[in-house]
Design a protein around this ligand. Sequence first.
Ligand SMILES: [Fe+2]
Length: 924
Amino acid sequence: MASSTQLLGRSFLPGATASAGGRDRGGGGAALAGSLAVGRRSRRRSLRSTAPVAALAERVVVTPAPAERLGAAAPEPHTQSVAARAVVTVRRRRKEDAKQRVVEQLDAYADRLGRSVLLELVSTETDPRKGAPKRSKPSALVGWFDKKDVKAEKVVYTAEFTVDASFGEPGAVTVLNRHTREFFVESIVVEGFPTGPAHFTCHSWVQPTHVARNPRVFFTNKPFLPAETPPGLRELRRQELGDLRGDGEGERASTDRVYDYDVYNDLGHPDKGAEFARPVLGGERMPYPRRMRTGRPKTVTGKPSLSLFYERAESRVEYPEPTYVSRDEEFEEGKNEMLSEGAIKALLHNFMPLLVSSVSPDISDFAGFHDVDNLFKEGLRLKQALQDQLFQKIPFVRKIQENSEGLLRYDTPDIIKKDKFAWLRDDEFARQTLAGINPVNIERLQAFPPTSKLDPAVYGPPESAITEDHIIGQLDGMSVQDALEHNRLYMLDFHDMFMPFLDRINAQDGRKAYGTRTLFFLTTAGTLKPIAIELCLPPMTEGCKRAKRVFTPPADATSNWLWQLAKAHVCSNDAGVHQLVNHWLRTHACMEPFIISAHRQMSAMHPILKLLKPHMRYTLKINALARQILINGDGVIESGFTPGRYCMEMSSFAYRELWRIDQEGLPADLIRRGMAVEDPTQPHGLRLLIEDYPYASDGLLLLWSAISRWCEAYVSVYYASDESVRNDTELQSWYAEAVQTGHADKRDAPWWPRLSTPADLASLLTTLLWLTSAQHAALNFGQYPLGGYIPNRPPLMRRLVPAEGDPEHAHLVADPHRFFLSALPSLTQTTTFMTVIDTLSTHSADEEYLGERADEAWTADPDALAAAREFADEVRQAEEEIGRRNADTARRNRCGAGVLPYELMAPSSGPGITCRGVPNSVTI
Ligand SMILES: [Fe+2]
C-alpha cells in the first residue's frame, strides 16, 4: 500500500485536504451532484504521478496545434494541442503451445502490415457541437512486431495521441483488437495531459474483432457515483453495463463477458442413467441461491412427460472441459498450475488405492491404525507379492510407483504432528468445536432438556432423551439449573438437520448416520468437556428399536470404544454440516448472486464495485468447478460424506430453514447461538460467554472489527447522507437484484436488511467482506490439517454403534481397533477424500490476502487509499496479536501440550497448505 501513496501523490490545492468524515456530496438531484462532481474533479487536477511509468513523461511535449485543426467557428479557439502517450502493459502467457506461438507470430506480422491494435481516448467532457464525448483519433499501439520475441511476462507498448488542448481530461480508453487472438491488458496509463497521468482500470482480456466487434472500454480509476459520472462517460457507462448483462439468451461462449443467473439444474446427469439424475436446486420445492448462467442445451432425458422433476436439467460439461464463466473470471496461470499439480496428485492418489483394492479386496479396509499412518510414512505402496505379480502383468505400474514415490505419500496432517493421540481425547474433541474447522455450530444450551423443532407427529416426541441423571455427575457439583443459569452448558445439535433425511441416508449401501446431540460442560479452566452424546434415529427406522440412545463418558474398555464410535458419528454429522452448509452454502453459494449482480449493475467506476472487486476474485470459477466435480451427482462430496446422494438436498434444506443474511455477520451469529450477549461496556458491544473461543475472539475483536471500520470509513468517503445511498441507482439495483433474482426463493423474507443509509451500506458490506475473507478462511484452510487424519474427523460412517446383543457388538469386543476402522471410510474413500481436501486447503502462489491489493492503482481517490492503509495496518496488528494469543498459556484452547495454535484467522500465509492465511475472496 505504501507505493500507492507514491503513486497518487498529494493534493496541493488549498482546502483540498482529505476530510476524515463524509464529504458533502449531496443527494438533491443530478444538477447538484454534477456540480459537486466538478468540484471533486477539479480538486484532483493537481494529482501528480511519481510511478515508474512517469519516466516516459519527459518525452511527452505540449505542442502548438496545427492550424487546420482549429475550427473557424469554434467559440474559443485554442492555440495549443496536447501530445499524449498511452502506456499499455500487456501480460503474456507464461506457457504456450506451438500452435499458440505460431498464431502470436502471425499476429505480430499482421500488426506490422497494418492490422494493429487501435486505441482511442475518450474525454470526460462532451463536445457541445456534437453532443457526444470528445474523442481522440484512433492511434495504433506501437511495438507489437518489435517485441514479438521478448520473453518477459509483461510487455509494454505505447500509442501516441495529439488532441486539442480543450480535450479535457481522458476518462476512458477504447481498445480495438484487430489481431487474431485475445490479449490480457494489465494496465493503461495515459500521460501528457496537464491533469497528470491518468490510470485506467483494466486487468482484463480484450477479444479480437472477429469475436467482439466493438472496441473494449476501460474507464479511469477515478471513482464516480452514477449521478456524478462526467458527461463524456455517461453513455459509455450505460452501454458497458448493458454488455455485461447480456440478453439472457443462447449458450455462452468462453470468450463472453456476460453475467446472468440460473438455477442449479446441472448437478445431475440424467442422460447417463436414472441414478445420475438429481433434483434441480432453486425454486419453490428446493430453494437455493442462483448460480452463473451458461445457457448450455437441455438434457435429452428428463422431459416434462417423463418427469417434471428434471424438466429444467441442463446438459453437463465434464471436467477438464471448462464450464462457462465470464472471461475475466477464469483462473490466471499461477492458480491453474496449482490446480493441475493437485489434479496429477489426485490421479495418482486415486489410481493406486483402486489398484490395491482391485487386486486385493481384503485390504479395502484399514486393518489397523498403522495402515492409516502408512499413508503418511510410505504412501500407498503395494505389498511385495502383489508388486511382483502386478509388475509382470502391467509393467507401467512399476514406472508409476518408481517415478512418483514422493507424490504417493500424503503430507502428515497437523493434527497428528505434535500429538498423535490427541484426537482420541475428549478435551480435544471439545476443543475443536471452538478452534477446529467448524467452530460455528457450538451453541449455548438455554433450556434443559434440548428439544427438536420438527413435527412430533412425524419424528416423535421433541424432547431429548438426555436426562439430568445422565449429566449431573459431570457438572462440578452444580445442578443442571445452576449450570444453565451460569452459562456452563453448551451443545452441538445436528438432530433437526439430519433427522428428515436419515431413512434415505441409511438405506444407501455402506452409509450410516444418526441425528446427534452432544452436551458440553464449560470447566473453570475455560475449556469444554463432553458430558453426553445422544444418537437418534427416526422412530420408524426399520430394524432399529432404539430410536434415541444416550452415551456418557466411559467407565470401562467397552464403553470407551462405544463412546469413541458415538464421537465419530458426531464428527461425521459435523463434517457434513460444515461442508454442505457452513462452507459451501453459506460462503461459496450464497455469495455468488451478490457477485453476479455486482458486475451486472455497478460500473467499474462505481466506488462500491471497486471495494468489492478483490473480494469477488475467482469465486465464480471455483463455484463452477465445484458444480463439475465436487457437488455434482456422484461427485466427490456425495462419495465422501455420509448423506451420499442427499448431500445437496440437505444443503437446500439448510438454505430454506436457516439461512438469513441478517444473521450471517459474526456478531449476529454469535448472539443467535447464545455464544455472546450484548454488553455495552465491551469494545464491540458484545461479551463472549466462553472467553477463550479462538474463532470468535480472533474473528470479532480483530478481523470483524477491522473490516467493519474499513467499510464504514470507505462508505463515508462517498455517502454523506441517507439520500445519497437511496439515490444511487446502481447501488440500489445491485442489492435489489441480488435479493430479488439471485436469492429469488428468499426474496419475500421479512428480514432482508434495508439499504437506506450509509450505516446500512457499511453493515451489508462488512458482512459480505467477512464472509468472503475471514469466515471462508476459517472454514476452508484447516480441512486437510485437521481433517486429513480421518479418525479425527470421519466425513463418512459405514456402521451404526452396536448395542449389547447385536452380532456386531461381539465383533467390537473381539477387535475394537478393526471394528472402529471398519465403521470409518474405506481405504479408497479415505484417499479420495484426503486428496480433495489437500487441494482445497492449498493457497496458490497468486493468492491475495486481507489488507493487500495487487492492483495498486485500483482507485485514484486519496481518501479511499488512506482508509485502505489504515485497514492494512489494522490487519497487520491483528496478525501480531494472534501470535501473542497463541503463546498465552492461559488460553488453553489454543496453547498447551501438543495443542495446535489457532491461526486460521492469521491474515498472511505462504503458498501451500499452511493452516493459516485469510485470502480476500473465496478462491478455493
Ligand atoms: Fe472453499
